[in-house]
Write a protein that binds this ligand. Structure first.
Ligand code: NAP
Length: 338
């Protein structure tokens, strides 16, 4: 088969469409004949040599895909050969075929094309696990996400026009939350408003703490989904409401910040930080099961949809990476089989 390989750490030009050995599904795995994959920010870091795949994962980039079931490994249950599916991957989505544990596969939801479904697994799993799941999971004792956004609460999603942000807006609105977003510029904010965002903050022109306070009668955000990290830590704590929860999922503004514990204590607030890719299979399986139970019906009902900015041939992954790096996209950038 063909896959995008990373010839050496570097710029987009190191992504090469190469012939590689065909994967064979192991026990419990599903082999997917890939129709599409999507570009995630983590793929840029992997390409640059800053984010190695976890042990046992495919060396090729690609954290999600859609396609058809091509073969089933021993003991892989729940799926039929030829069925249209999408999947959360630890790597290997930029390829003609990929193996994935059966628990991380999802059916293509009603009303969504097979290709568009590639835009769903990473954003839905990240958003659902970080802002909706509450106190622990079915498979382990870890208290994995506690943000637990409730109806009537206010969510602040930084980067509202990103792949993650466009999904966060839709899911938060679907549970009856009020949504504030930050984004760079009026065009991105207008798209966020179309998706349902109530409070629009242009972070290049406005201070998000001031704007959020004004819009919430001084209360702040009950939950913040943060992709900026260190640069926003202090202001995020200021923007939190009493009993607020800050869920950090990205560090585009650095990893080391200074935290005023007094400010956190007075608000009885909590900060969590997680990465989806490296979680044990059992935790990811619980997240995928929760996404199928809670998010898939919303997609089937047309309340939530994949937001696709544009599509590139998979062999041209370099151009797709350049487009993501340019930062002009709204929603997801897809790669389809040439
Ligand atoms: N922890 C996890 O498990 C996990 C999983 C998936 C994604 N993520 C993270 O989530 C983030 C979004 O991922 P994605 O794939 O959706 O990326 P993406 O579509 O490339 O979005 C990146 C966004 O960051 C925004 N941004 C940059 N600086 C900002 C700032 N100072 N304030 C507000 N927004 C800012 C950009 O908006 P402007 O153009 O308006 O600046 C852009 O929309 C990334 O950091 C990614 O690493 C984490």
């Amino acid at each position: 088969m063909k896959a995008i390989t990373i010839t050496e750490p570097g710029g987009p030009e190191v992504l090469t469409w190469t012939t590689v050995p065909d994967p064979v599904p192991g026990p419990g795995e599903v082999l997917i004949d890939v129709v599409a994959s999507a570009v995630n920010r983590a793929d840029l870091l992997q390409r640059q040599g800053f984010y190695d795949p976890p042990p046992g994962a495919s060396p090729y980039p690609g954290l999600e895909c859609s396609g058809h079931v091509a073969a089933l490994g021993e003991g892989a249950v729940g799926w039929e050969i030829g069925q249209p599916v999408c999947a959360l991957l630890s790597g290997g989505g930029y390829a003609e075929k990929v193996n994935v544990p059966a628990e991380l596969v999802l059916p293509v939801p009603e009303g969504v094309s097979v290709a568009e479904a590639a835009a769903l697994p990473e954003a839905t799993a990240t958003v659902w696990s970080n802002i909706f799941m509450g106190g622990g999971n079915a498979t382990s004792s870890n208290v994995f996400m506690i943000a637990h956004l409730r109806p009537g609460e206010t969510l602040l999603a930084h980067g509202g026009a990103s792949g993650i942000g466009t999904m966060a807006i839709q899911l938060a609105k679907s549970v009856g939350a009020r949504v504030a977003v930050t984004a760079g510029g009026p065009e991105k904010l207008a798209r966020c408003a179309e998706l349902g965002a109530d409070i629009l903050i242009d972070y290049r022109e406005q201070d998000f703490v001031d704007e959020l306070r004004k819009a919430t009668d001084g209360a702040g955000a009950d939950v913040i989904l943060d992709i900026v990290g260190a640069k926003y830590l202090d202001r995020n704590v200021k923007a939190l409401a009493v009993n607020g929860r800050l869920a950090v999922i990205g560090m585009q503004g650095g990893v080391k910040g200074e935290l005023n514990l007094g400010a956190l204590l007075v608000k009885r607030a909590a900060i969590t930080a997680t990465s989806l890719r490296g979680r044990p299979l059992g935790e990811k399986a619980s997240i995928v099961a929760a996404v199928r139970e809670h998010v898939w019906p919303l997609i089937g009902a047309g309340q939530v949809r994949p937001i696709v900015d544009r599509t590139f041939p998979m062999s041209d992954a370099a151009q797709a990476h350049r487009a993501l790096e340019a930062g002009e996209h709204i929603g997801k950038i897809l790669l389809t089989r040439p």
